[in-house]
Ligand binder design. Structure first.
Ligand code: SF4
Length: 361
């Protein structure tokens, strides 16, 4: 049921008052997902919360958590004359160690922006003498589409299409946060879109093993306020449970058809995250039956020299250790026009959101 403006304002007021009543001690809540970070700023939610409720961003921006090593590898592939790179547009401006995909494109490299990985198959068919490599970046939400593209390539007999997989799974990163000694999180606002695919089961460990409350939350202002309210309710009662505020979209079992495609094409593997290092079981690699679609297997690259941008604290932002304004480069050397790190590039990046909507508090 959609509320009109007056009903929405009344519901927001009621939730805000409830949050105020429940916020009797300082709490630190992590909004895991970059879409939540942006929605929180866009709706002025920080300004509605009491001082005692601190919101910190988490590792849920796929472009941000993709380490430079991956970008540098993609840039190295773009130097091969018989390779066409296909990518979502948000990867173009992310600074690699010494260049960007955008700069390589301007220099004449064959880099095509696509809105769906399926477009890569058309490009592959139109260019039979080239090898097309799709930069497969994203979480549980986007990985099924990449998997479906591989399946379709197989069905159509397209043998010049490959993926460079940097797909990642959110739950292992949350476990890494909870086992880190230098990070303190009292509750998680969980992303509504990744859970719509995976279901709730992969997130049960948060409450069951670590006694940390978690609420799967939608992306409207009222969803987020209600998610925060439900977290504070648990914290005030000394409870830890996994709740689903976004039940109008997220089913407990997730999307079994999407999970089945994922399981057919990919299997969990260790993966490197910016700010975290390598996390066991946090990435997706092609299963043996589909390994022939792996760019690294088609053309292994070695000797790619990689380094993270000097002075960039994006990794600490992604782990919830600091907020963007605590980075000395924020808004000075590093702006969306001249980004130093990935968190200032992506529209879902915490640094970009803090910059765009003012520094918050
Ligand atoms: Fe990195 Fe820029 Fe964010 Fe600082 S403000 S952490 S330099 S992206």
């Amino acid at each position: 049921m959609r509320l009109n403006a007056e009903e929405t304002a009344r519901a927001a007021r009621s939730l805000t008052e409830g949050i105020g009543r429940l916020a009797s001690r300082p709490v630190r809540i992590m909004e895991v997902c970059g879409t939540h970070t942006v929605a929180i700023f866009r709706n002025g939610i920080r300004q509605l919360l009491p001082e005692s409720v601190e919101l910190v961003s988490g590792p849920g921006c796929p472009v941000c958590v993709t380490p430079n090593e991956y970008l540098d590898t993609a840039i190295a592939y773009s130097s091969c004359p018989d390779i066409i790179i296909t990518t979502f547009g948000d990867m173009l401006k992310v600074p690699g160690s010494s260049s960007t995909l955008l700069a390589r494109k301007a220099q004449g490299a064959a880099i095509r922006v696509v809105y769906s990985p399926l477009e890569s198959l058309d490009i592959a068919r139109e260019n039979p003498d080239k090898k097309v490599i799709f930069l497969a970046v994203g979480f549980e939400t986007t990985a099924p589409t990449a998997a479906a593209t591989i399946l379709q390539a197989e069905q159509l007999g397209i043998d010049n299409f490959f993926v460079l997989s940097a797909h990642k799974l959110v739950p292992p990163a949350l476990r890494a946060i909870l086992t880190a000694e230098d990070i303190n999180v009292d509750g998680f606002l969980l992303p509504g879109h990744t859970t719509a695919i995976s279901g709730l089961a992969p997130y049960r460990f948060l409450a069951e093993e670590y006694r940390v409350p978690a609420v799967v939350t939608g992306f409207e202002a009222l969803d987020i306020l209600q998610g925060i309210y439900l977290l504070l309710e648990q914290i005030a009662a000394g409870k830890a449970a996994l709740e689903n505020q976004y039940s109008r979209v997220v089913k407990p079992e997730g999307n079994p058809a999407a999970v089945a495609i994922l399981d057919k094409i990919y299997q969990p593997a260790a993966a490197a995250w910016r700010g975290f290092g390598v996390i066991d079981g946090s990435g997706l690699e092609l299963t043996l039956a589909y390994k022939r679609f792996s760019a690294q297997d088609m053309l292994p690259l070695s000797g790619v020299i990689t380094r993270e941008p000097a002075g960039c604290r994006c990794g600490e932002v992604l782990r919830g250790r600091i907020v963007p304004a605590e980075c000395p480069q924020f808004g000075l050397n590093c702006t969306p026009e001249k980004p130093v790190g990935a968190c200032m590039v992506s529209v879902e990046g915490a640094c970009a959101a803090w910059y765009k909507y003012g520094q918050g508090r």
